[in-house]
Design a protein around this ligand. Structure first.
Ligand SMILES: Cc1ncc(COP(=O)(O)O)c(C=O)c1O
Length: 435
């Protein structure tokens, strides 16, 4: 499992698709709020269209009070997690989705977040032996589903032999099934299929080595017949990321239609994650109510449906907060150099977007004098690479040395996908607010 970026965040996820900040007319959507420290009032900016469903105007992210207070105290940079907000969000997702809900730990395996989510989920999806061991230690007894390509023999043995054994193992290939069967342990499996379904509007399609072509399933059935200790429970399909509720339901309908022709009688179908988070509209939310209602009408009595979202569960609860070290003009453009960088928050680089942010101006004006940027500013970190960019040419009213910048939507695929050790800068602090 080494050498491959985590599923959902490949290095070139958006290569060739055009960067979001290059889209004309969208720059102002990332603008920092106009003035003051409170910025968007609580609740302001809510009620946006769901991601991908016509969200045209983006508001700055509303900064929860506890996060704002921590943002204004040392040390910085810091990841600040809003645990109360996470619990409230998870409770609303739980209430809206009448199917089994697993959390994809790869989005953020922070133990405090896992513990906050635990009461609202039926289990945790893991994609490596490392994640499995971590989740077992953090939430003893929790149900786990183990997926991901390239499982080693050691990982398979830990999955079926550890305590508790994994609840479901997602088989990625006939070869993997053969190695699993050789362990001669009772195991419940889902076969992961890579169906050629029509998907429009996906940020990322899971093409490539993920799951099996439908033709490979016959080989699996032959193997299963000879290894009755491996029980076939159903199918798994995670086919795309970044979809709004309507297209995700269309994918679900296609997967279920296919599953019904392939497997008769009671069965489980895990429909993956991939619920969109709109980085241009940080207060918008995936339409869980529509998605849950859609799943309820798709499901048949003999079917157990399961979903395993990651990003859309934890993205909103995390903030990467730092302060401005330098402000300068270079070739006619304003730059603000921030403490830290994309070695802490890699998300804008991997996804090719501007990370939304809120500015908390320094008390009493710019610290240590120095220039004050206004208008379009590019926010960069301390790394010696032109790729160390959080947001490009974003209009601000003012940005000066000593101002604090709080980047929103930093709770998923953020710290845990970042290249922490490049240049050996200090690590960020981690703070958990629970108001
Ligand atoms: C198999 C599987 N399930 C669930 C997820 C979670 O996806 P997301 O974070 O987009 O909801 C991923 C992410 O790549 C995945 O590979």
């Amino acid at each position: 499992m080494t050498g491959r970026p985590p599923e959902g965040e490949p290095e070139d996820a958006v290569r060739g698709e055009g960067r979001e900040h290059d889209v004309p007319g969208q720059r102002a959507e990332h603008a920092a709020p106009r003035e003051g420290r409170g910025h968007a009032a609580p609740g302001e900016g809510r009620g946006h269209a769901a991601p991908g469903e016509g969200a045209e105007r983006a508001a700055p992210a509303s900064l929860p009070e506890g996060v704002r207070e921590r943002a204004l105290s040392a040390p910085l940079p810091a990841y600040v997690y809003d645990l109360a907000g996470l619990r409230a969000h998870a409770a609303s997702v739980r209430a809206a989705t009448p199917v089994e809900l697993y959390y994809a730990a790869k989005a953020n395996p922070d133990p405090r977040l896992l513990a906050a989510l635990a009461p609202y989920v039926d289990g945790v999806e893991v994609s490596s032996g490392g994640e499995l061991a971590h989740v077992r230690a953090t939430l003893p007894g929790v149900r786990t589903a183990f997926g991901g390509p390239g499982k080693t023999d050691e990982e398979l043995a830990a999955a079926v032999g550890g305590r508790p054994p994994v609840h479901r193992l997602h088989v990625e290939s006939p070869q993997e099934l053969l190695r699993l069967a050789a362990l001669r342990r009772e195991t419940d499996v889902l076969l992961r299929i890579n169906l050629p379904v029509a998907i429009s509007g996906a940020a990322l399609r899971m093409s490539g080595p993920f799951g099996m072509d439908p033709e490979a399933l016959g080989t699996c059935l032959d193997l299963l017949e000879r290894a009755p200790w491996v029980r076939l429970r159903g199918l798994h399909a995670h086919l795309a990321s970044g979809l709004a509720a309507a297209p995700l339901l269309e994918v679900a309908a296609q997967v279920l239609g296919w599953a019904r022709t392939w497997m008769e009688g009671p069965k489980e179908v895990t429909l993956g994650g991939g619920m969109a988070v709109d980085y241009r509209a940080p207060d918008a939310r995936f339409d869980w109510a529509a998605y849950g209602a859609g799943l309820a009408s798709l499901r048949r009595a003999e079917e157990t449906l399961r979903i395993e979202p990651g990003r859309a569960l934890t993205a909103y609860c995390g903030w990467y907060v730092t302060d401005v070290l330098d402000v300068k003009r270079s070739h006619g453009e304003w730059y603000a150099v921030l403490r830290g960088g994309t070695h802490h928050l890699r998300t804008p680089v991997t996804k090719g977007h501007d990370q939304p942010f809120t500015v908390l101006p320094a008390e009493g004006g710019p610290a240590r004098g120095g220039p004050v940027a206004s208008g379009p500013v590019t926010l960069v970190g301390q790394l010696c690479t032109p790729k160390d960019v959080f947001a490009r040419q974003v209009p601000v009213d003012r940005l000066a040395v000593g101002d604090v910048v709080a980047f929103a939507l930093a709770g998923a695929y953020a710290w845990n996908i970042s290249h922490h050790d490049f240049l050996m800068h200090p690590k960020p602090a981690f703070a958990y607010v629970d108001l």
